[in-house]
Design a binder for this molecule. Structure first.
Ligand code: M6R
Length: 610
């Protein structure tokens, strides 16, 4: 999604802004631009395409100046083009705006401005904001922004500069994340911390409905509607910058795939007591009474986080016998969910900023549910709004395709399932101890799977030219099949579908023909025979089948064309290991097709619009 960066200080803004935009590239974008005040006027340089294109333009027309705003755009209103790129300026060129999110009533506002004779040069909703500022300017940019914002509806964040008051950078947040980086005689804004982490570790996180007036040496926070000053604690970030570099890997995605074993270790660490018998979640408010009384759990997320929730359902139902429903956030919020005081809602989000998940969280709270968030971003909107948070300790995930965040979410579901079972006493202490032992082995077993990447690479290259592919599995394997299919689609652009293996013959089997690749997940011993029958059904129609199965099922190779073995673990834990080859298949298929793996077309890392 769009990324905002801004600078005011003694340094050269151009370099700081373009560096910041590069750090936001992972969010997905289709154009980029910056505006810099050069002491006399604001100059703008923007272009469709990658930041490299913008940099090329800047080489010809460098910008001097130490106040500026920058933007990566992910098109919503109007196609990717130079004209639609941000920053946008008013007709006089005195005001410049960058914007993330959507102005829902922009048509209405635009009509008013058109009626006044304002000339628009883009198709965006953003342009309305800048003309509105120019129209309303009363000699004070703070009150002008406040008046303009009071006329706007939507979820958005803004960065504003004006030639009239070049000693100020204004930031506004309405449900779309924005942070303020604090430096020595310089300050920054960014859509997220990574944008300016290179320059500072100290941040204010702007909250919804707040505005920041930023000068070189001061930051004032205030409520938009009442003008009341806001006091905020400084957040000191201890992420190591190295964590956001590629560290010798060719892409962030590959690095993140290989970081999974350590992400599991960190996510498990300190959450098991010294006897290895009990789960401990320090700081969790969820009371034993509420857990005892729970009559239903909803798990809500989008995309990969939704898929993690599907695994979570199997885990929690199996360990606690509490009924679990899993919902896509954008559906949940509009389907009048049945929520009582005995309902727990678990929202899952890597970024903690996904607009639909955040809205589902708020709707659940409005209906009276307690909300527990599983997130990788402790300072995020979702983490702040939830009643309880369990963090995945996966470190920053930069590649658009989620890998280590997904598998760390699964680790949290295992820990949570065991914790709920412990409180409800639904599994025996000895059994829990055995499960905890098996859980603690997963990081090492994951390392073993990742060491076999070469074979997987060969398979991935063999499918790269196929038009379509199928994944199938039963039970918890079906949940993993869905994730494998999504991963392949999003980065290789090869069409694929995931099916509950028993469902194929109810329609999809018609699509299987000679050579159609099918990836069959066969990790559930109880369902082994059933899966073999389903594999035979597709083989009989000509499918080429790769079976992903446990080492003890080596004889599966008599039924399939290729086999990928994963180490033995408990049935509930196999997703952690079986998803790894699927991530690598997607990765290598995408690489061999020459795609930009970390930044797949049309997609964004953090989806902050509905
Ligand atoms: O940040 P979130 O976990 O809330 O993001 C949810 C989805 O947008 C995300 O998982 C998306 O599906 C990924 N690109 C999948 O790899």
């Amino acid at each position: 999604m769009c990324g905002i960066v801004g600078y005011i200080g003694d340094g050269q803004a151009q370099q700081i802004l373009t560096n910041g935009l590069k750090k936001l590239e992972y969010r997905g974008y289709d154009s980029a631009g910056i505006a810099v005040y050069n002491g006399e006027e604001v100059q703008v340089c923007k272009s469709k395409g990658r930041i490299a294109v913008l940099e090329e333009r800047l080489e010809h027309t460098p910008m001097e100046g130490s106040v500026g705003i920058g933007h990566t755009r992910w098109a919503t209103h109007g196609r990717p083009s130079d004209e639609n790129s941000h920053p946008h300026t008013d007709e006089s060129g005195k005001f410049s705006v960058v914007h993330n999110g959507i102005i829902e009533n922009y048509q209405e506002l635009k009509q008013d401005l058109l009626d006044k004779g304002v000339i628009f040069t883009s198709e965006t909703d953003t342009e309305v904001i800048v003309h509105l500022l120019a129209d309303l300017y009363d000699g004070d940019i703070i009150s002008t922004v406040q008046t303009a914002v009071s006329k706007m509806r939507g979820a958005y964040s803004l960065g504003v500069i004006t030639e009239y008051e070049p000693d100020k950078l204004i930031a506004v947040r309405f449900a779309s994340p924005l942070v303020i980086g604090l430096g020595e005689r310089e300050n920054f804004i960014g859509s997220d911390i990574s944008a300016v982490l290179e320059y500072t570790r100290d941040f204010y996180i702007l909250e919804d409905g707040e505005m920041a007036v930023i000068t070189r040496s001061n930051v004032s926070l205030m409520k938009m509607d009442t003008n009341q000053a806001v006091q905020r604690d400084i957040l000191r970030v201890d992420w190591d910058m190295v964590q956001t570099e590629k560290d010798g890997f060719e892409t962030f995605m590959l690095k993140e795939i290989y970081e999974q074993p350590n992400a599991f270790r960190k996510t498990i660490l300190n959450r098991i007591d010294s006897a290895g018998k009990n789960i401990v979640f320090e700081g969790l408010n969820l009371s034993a009474e509420l857990i005892q009384d729970l009559d239903k759990i909803y798990i809500i997320g989008c995309g990969t986080a939704f898929h993690a929730g599907l695994v979570g359902k199997y885990v929690i139902e199996e360990l606690t016998r509490i009924p679990v429903e899993v919902d896509v956030a954008s559906e949940f919020r509009y389907r009048r969910p049945i929520i009582t005081k005995k309902t727990l809602v678990i929202v899952v989000s890597q970024s903690g900023e996904t607009a639909d998940t955040l809205a589902a969280l708020r709707e659940s709270q409005r209906l009276g549910a307690k909300v527990l968030a599983i997130t990788n971003a402790p300072g995020s909107s979702i983490a702040r709004d939830a009643d309880d948070v369990i963090a995945t300790i996966a470190g920053p995930e930069i590649a658009v395709a989620s890998t280590k965040a997904y598998s760390s979410q699964l680790i949290v579901f295992y820990l949570l399932g065991l914790y709920l079972a412990q409180v409800k006493d639904t599994i025996l202490g000895d059994e829990r101890k055995l499960m905890i032992e098996a859980l603690c082995k997963l990081p090492e077993q994951a390392e073993a799977v990742l060491q076999r990447a070469n074979d997987i690479q060969l398979y991935a290259e063999s499918i790269k030219d196929r038009k379509s592919l199928f994944f199938m599995g039963r039970g918890i394997d079906y949940a993993v099949a869905l994730e494998g299919s999504l991963k392949l689609k999003e980065i290789s652009y090869i069409h694929s579908e995931a099916y509950a293996a028993g469902e194929l013959k109810h329609g999809t089997l018609a699509l299987i023909e000679e050579g159609t690749p099918v990836i069959a997940l066969v990790t559930q011993t109880e369902l082994y025979e059933k899966m073999v029958s389903n594999i035979k059904e597709v083989k009989a129609r000509g499918a080429h089948v790769l079976g992903v199965t446990l080492e003890e099922n080596i004889e599966l190779h008599r039924v399939v064309d290729d086999v990928c073995l994963i180490p033995h673990t408990l049935p509930l834990f196999t997703p952690i290991l079986s998803v790894l080859p699927l991530q690598l298949i997607a990765y290598y298929a995408s690489r061999s097709l020459g795609n930009d793996v970390d930044k797949p077309r049309n997609l964004a890392k953090s989806v902050t619009v509905e």
